[in-house]
Structure formats: C-alpha cells, structure tokens
Design a protein around this ligand. Structure first.
Ligand SMILES: [Zn+2]
Ligand SMILES: [Zn+2]
Ligand SMILES: [Zn+2]
Ligand SMILES: [Zn+2]
Ligand SMILES: [Zn+2]
Length: 239
C-alpha cells in the first residue's frame, strides 16, 4: 500500500498532516493512546495521529471475528465505557465497533500484524492464550503474542501495563527530567500513574523474560511494529 507523505484528516480539516518518524512516545489525538514510530503530525499545531488512525478505513474486518463488520467511530458509540477487545484498555477516541456483536478494537489493535519478527523468532498474534502469560501468569482475556515454541507469551494488556510501570520506574529512579516530560505529554499514561501509586517488582521480571520479544510487542502495541523502540524501553528490557 502506498503511504502518503501528506494528508488532510476530517477531524483536523484546516491543516495538512505530514508523515514523520519519532522514537519519542507521543499521544495520538485520534485514539488517545500512546504511540511511537511513524505518525502524522500537523506542522502548525501539535495535532498528531498514529499512522493507523490517520489512514483508518471507514470499515474493516478482522480474521479473529469472521462474522463482524467493524465501523470506524471517531468517538466511542453508546453511553457505556467501552473496552478494546484486543488490548483490554478503555476506548477514549477512535474505535472500530461492530454494531451487532458489540466488539471494539482500537485502529492500531485492528492493524496488529499476525506475525511479528523480533529478530530471533516469530511471534504470532492469538486471541486466546493456551499457556500462561509472562506478565500476569494467567491466560486471561484479550489478545497476545506467542512464539511457536511456547516459551514466549505476552498479553497486549500486560505489555501496556509494563510500559506504564517501566516508565514509572524510570521516572522514580533514573532520568527524572526526561521521563517527567514524557509522562506529562502522554495523558493516558499520566492517568494510569495516578491510579497506581506503588511500583511493583515486575519490571525486573519482564527484563529477564525476553528482551527482543518484549521490544517487538511494545513497538506493535504503540502503533508501529517496525519502530526501533530500543531507546524508549532500554530501561525495561534486557538486551
Ligand atoms: Zn491512534
Ligand atoms: Zn493543526
Ligand atoms: Zn460482530
Ligand atoms: Zn486496543
Ligand atoms: Zn498477561
């Protein structure tokens, strides 16, 4: 598929958005989730979209939900809080929603690759885990990435939680200025931090777990599976 260098988006019609690449996390003004890698950014104001959010088609399908037709909404439909069925976090903005089954997917989640290459092994996207996740120890709800050998299992939700925890750990221990700036520029993370005053001891656990696998899933979760996220997550995962 051809990638446009510039585009105009209906929710930001007055200015053009340009394709950029960044290794600093940003907040997407479409789905309101954190992102990294390729993004579309307005050069006249701070408006930014994930690539997946910027070019999201009005309708889409997904192999995990064969019977569903997903429609793109710029605001979550209905009155209830909606949860993304892939990453199990609340939906605050752009969402693919199936009217008949009530399934919801962030545009980035709907676009997650079925196979992720972490440089050492292939990780396969699956809608249900059969063996326990390295993050939570359970099989739980939501999608995950799994290696064929079964040694690596990671829920998307656990990876998102790992990001928040690791950024919090860095915030408390290492380069305070850099991370403070990062945290305040990502409202979703800021919200998460307010709800979790205690640092749990899991950062080390993830670190020992699988550096390359975790890094690959982190970049996919942040909307760009090809992004080199080493700089952002170097504090969390071992090399
Ligand atoms: Zn987005
Ligand atoms: Zn603008
Ligand atoms: Zn459906
Ligand atoms: Zn999601
Ligand atoms: Zn898990």
């Amino acid at each position: 598929m051809k990638i446009e260098k510039e585009l105009t988006h209906p929710i930001h019609p007055r200015h053009k958005l340009r394709l950029e690449y960044t290794e600093t996390p940003y907040n997407c003004d479409g789905c309101k989730e954190a992102g990294i890698g390729y993004k579309y950014k307005c050069h006249q104001c701070a408006f930014t979209l994930h690539k997946a959010c910027a070019i999201a088609a009005p309708r889409t399908t997904h192999p995990f939900y064969q019977k569903c037709e997903f429609k793109l909404y710029y605001h979550p439909p209905g009155k209830c809080k909606r949860v993304c069925d892939a990453c199990r976090t609340y939906v605050h903005g752009f969402v693919y929603h199936c009217d008949s089954c009530d399934f919801d997917l962030h545009p980035c989640c709907a676009n997650l690759p079925q196979v992720l290459d972490d440089g050492k092994r292939d990780l396969y996207l699956c809608s249900k885990l059969s063996s326990s996740c390295h993050g939570c120890g359970g099989t739980g709800l939501g999608w995950s990435y799994r290696s064929q050998c079964g040694a690596y299992n990671l829920h998307l939700s656990c990876v998102k939680e790992m990001l928040v925890e690791s950024w919090l750990a860095v915030y408390l221990n290492v380069d305070k200025n850099r991370v403070r700036q990062m945290v305040t520029s990502i409202p979703r993370l800021k919200g998460s931090l307010q709800n979790r005053p205690v640092v749990r001891g899991s950062v080390g656990k993830y670190g020992q777990m699988a550096g390359a696998a975790a890094r690959a899933v982190v970049s996919a979760v942040l909307g760009d599976p090809t992004a080199m996220v080493a700089a952002v997550v170097s504090g969390i995962v071992s090399k």
